[in-house]
Design a protein. Structure first.
Length: 218
């Protein structure tokens, strides 16, 4: 017998909050967010690095896209508890509708958006077009975000999901926002847009995070 999502959800919400509250955050690039005030922001993340981000940015007004899979219901309920609104869909099912709903939330409520750009099923660290479409449709900018945990449990999943261990230090880097080139989205344009996003998701040369990326397989 499957338990209702609500019955399972509240213990997970509490556990998530306690787990994230135990982490020690080292954040760089906050000024990039402040500089983008008044401009729709689309935070782009890798799927395996996403765990602490909803908690870290819970003070912001956010919207995101969550898979329509049953497990996505647990995730959606947890995000709602943090004040994050969700649209349900993925690249395989309901994706365009979810993007339209997210853009509407950005326009109507002034929300920023966050999206795991290689989700929901990969390939790992190969971006899909969702973040670019959101930024183009909302006339906004993409803000690449990287997360590096000094100590983490790495799962044997398609994304090699990294769960930061309690009380470990977590480096979070917000990289310079950029406005994607948004002409007609033909195949060549999409390929160029994805290539630019891939490059911008890499750690900045010479930064301490670049070393972390190599150490942690990011």
């Amino acid at each position: 017998m499957r338990l209702p999502a609500g019955l399972i959800g509240w213990p997970l919400k509490l556990l998530y909050r306690l787990w994230c509250a135990s982490l020690r955050y080292d954040v760089s690039g906050r000024d990039f967010i402040k500089a983008g005030a008044g401009t729709p922001l689309v935070f782009a993340l890798w799927h395996d690095e996403i765990f602490p981000v909803p908690y870290l940015v819970r003070h912001l007004s956010l919207a995101t896209i969550v898979s329509q899979h049953r497990d996505g219901e647990f995730v959606a309920r947890m995000l709602h508890s943090l004040g994050i609104k969700t649209a349900r869909g993925s690249s395989n099912r309901g994706g365009l509708q979810a993007i339209r709903e997210t853009v509407e939330l950005m326009r109507a409520e002034g929300r920023a958006a966050g999206i795991a750009i290689d989700g929901p099923t990969g390939p790992r660290h190969e971006p899909k077009i969702g973040a670019v479409l959101l930024a183009c449709a909302a006339d906004g900018v993409v803000v690449p975000v990287r997360v590096f945990a000094e100590r983490a449990k790495v799962f044997n999943s398609w994304d090699k999901f990294r769960l930061p261990l309690p009380f470990s230090r977590v480096h979070v880097a917000f990289y310079p926002p950029y406005r994607p080139h948004c002409p007609d989205l033909d195949e060549e344009t999409l390929r160029t847009a994805l290539g630019e996003l891939q490059t911008r998701m890499n750690p900045l040369p010479g930064s301490s995070l670049a070393g972390d990326a190599g150490q942690h397989g990011a």
